[in-house]
Design a protein around this ligand. Structure first.
Ligand code: GLN
Length: 495
């Protein structure tokens, strides 16, 4: 099955004519056909578009003028606007929205020859940590616990993208990360993901959740695959005033850098009280690998870490409440009429948004309201600055930080306190949110399995715009981890 390949190998194989882009795409479409009704990773499958793109890719490969991603089948999170292809944000309110334009990130991937298999499921408007908040139903994690058939969540919000890559239903995928939505699902699904520095990838054409935090990034089987995708996705875009005009380095070349003398920081605040022993053990394993690779391990402190989640859950909902004001039944998507304009708004938003989105809008509107703005929003902004400063102080002593990605392995749908208590759900992002608040880049990679056979992830955090160091360190850890395990549900395996 060609679905087992890495992007790196597929790029090579296509050029050596070992198989065609059409064959590669057909194998993936077959996998999607076999698995999608079971694990619900794609909201929209674009079979005809994909086959058309594959045909063009084969022509380009034959002519010898083929950019790097030519013929590589990818899954696109359904938060990226794709021209003439439905884009829902997993919300009823955008159920029938077909954008007349293409996001910059997906345009970049198309420019480089990628094939789009379809649009992947997510938490509605990217709000969630389990992909349980989608209007199109939950996504099932392709991994299974030993001797147990429980429905595990793939993480969120980019749960569909993570599950699609893990189940071999795409060679790679796009995700977005506002507080952890690339890194945490990557950890739960045993794949690799990068949240780039804020400003590295254009946000233009990505449906906004929290504009000062949202960042697009790649998800794939390996660090090198992520490097190839990021190379294409990143870059300055005059259409996004927060995208940064800075040359995109050769990320792939960073995979083979030596780590000799590199200083790796271990932030003491991430040793959260009550941390599970399996997370503690995998973290120690990562430290040992990096020592063996010639790194110096340094204890560091990020003293404001404990305020990360609290401030995130002020700032993200505040921005969301303002971003989501545009869904009023007049300009976009769904409209539910009423006797007055006010009723039209209320009916449209009442029916169109799910519970979590409404909760965020309420929180956000509250913290921005007169009288509370100073007490909550302004204060959170000040604390955010302190969180940023913590990282900058640490980066004077070390080149990169190593932490766990998430406080646990994938949890089961309907099991434990996670589903009923939103605050429990928010705690899943405890290790990912601080880097989002600071805008620094993060890479999550699978490091091993727990006793139940589920993947556990480690996270590397770097200096602003130093994705290369993350890629270098990630590549070395990947070699040490030799994570060759595969999920129970994947293409080619009968269900
Ligand atoms: N889980 C976090 C939230 O619900 C982060 C989501 C994200 O990064 N998009 O807000």
């Amino acid at each position: 099955m060609l679905t087992e390949m890495t992007i790196t190998d597929a790029v090579e194989g296509l050029r050596q004519k070992k198989f065609s882009a059409e064959e590669l795409t057909r194998d993936h479409l077959k996998a999607v056909g076999q698995l999608n009704s079971r694990i619900n990773t794609y909201i929209t499958v674009t079979e005809e578009v994909a086959l058309g793109q594959a045909k063009v890719a084969d022509e380009k490969l034959a002519s010898g003028d083929a950019p790097v991603l030519t013929g590589i089948p990818l899954a696109i999170k359904d938060l990226f606007c794709t021209r003439d292809i439905p884009t829902t944000a997993a919300s009823r309110i955008l159920e029938n929205f077909v954008p007349p334009y293409e996001s910059t990130v997906t345009s970049n991937l198309l420019r480089d020859g990628a094939v789009f298999l379809g649009k992947t499921n997510l938490d509605e408007f990217a709000m969630g940590s389990g992909n349980l908040n989608s209007a199109f139903g939950a996504v099932e994690n392709p991994w299974k616990r030993k001797n147990d058939d429980a429905f595990l969540v793939p993480g969120g919000s980019s749960g569909g993208s993570a599950a699609a890559v893990a189940a071999r239903m795409a060679l790679g995928a796009t995700g977005t990360d506002t507080g952890g939505s690339i890194r945490q699902p990557a950890a739960y699904c045993g794949i690799t993901g990068i949240k780039p520095t804020y400003g590295r990838c254009s946000r233009w054409g990505i449906i906004a959740f929290a504009s000062s935090l949202d960042q697009a990034g790649p998800m794939a089987k390996t660090v090198e695959d992520c490097a190839i995708l990021l190379q294409s996705m990143a870059g300055f875009d005059p259409k996004d005033s927060t995208s940064v005009d800075r040359a995109v380095p050769d990320y792939r070349a960073a995979c083979n850098r030596s780590l000799k003398g590199l200083r790796v920081g271990i932030p003491e605040e991430y040793r959260a009280p009550g941390m599970s022993s399996e997370i503690e053990a995998i973290w120690q394993q990562g430290i040992d690998w990096l020592k063996e690779a010639g790194c110096e391990i340094v204890d560091v402190s990020l003293p404001h870490t404990k305020y990360g989640l609290a401030t995130y859950y002020i700032i993200a909902p505040a921005e969301a409440s303002s971003n989501l004001a545009r869904y009023d039944g007049v300009r976009y998507g769904r409209r539910v009429s009423g006797k007055s304009l006010e009723e039209l708004y209320a009916n449209t938003r009442g029916e169109g948004f799910g519970t979590e989105v409404k909760r965020r809008i309420l929180m956000g509107t509250y913290v921005l309201s007169a009288g509370y703005y100073d007490a909550y929003y302004l204060r959170a902004q000040k604390v955010r600055k302190l969180i940023y400063q913590d990282f900058m102080n640490a980066y004077e002593k070390v080149d990169v930080l190593l932490t766990p990605t998430a406080p646990s392995a994938a949890f089961a749908k309907g099991e434990g306190e996670h589903q009923d208590d939103p605050v429990q759900m928010y705690l899943n992002d405890i290790f990912t949110v601080p880097a989002s608040m600071a805008g620094v880049p993060g890479l999550a990679l699978p490091a091993g399995l727990n006793d139940q056979g589920l993947p556990l992830g480690l996270q590397l955090l770097g200096r602003p715009f130093d994705e290369e160091t993350l890629i270098a360190v990630g590549s070395a850890m990947e070699k040490a981890a030799n994570f060759t395990y595969k999920p129970a549900i994947r293409s080619g395996v009968s269900l």
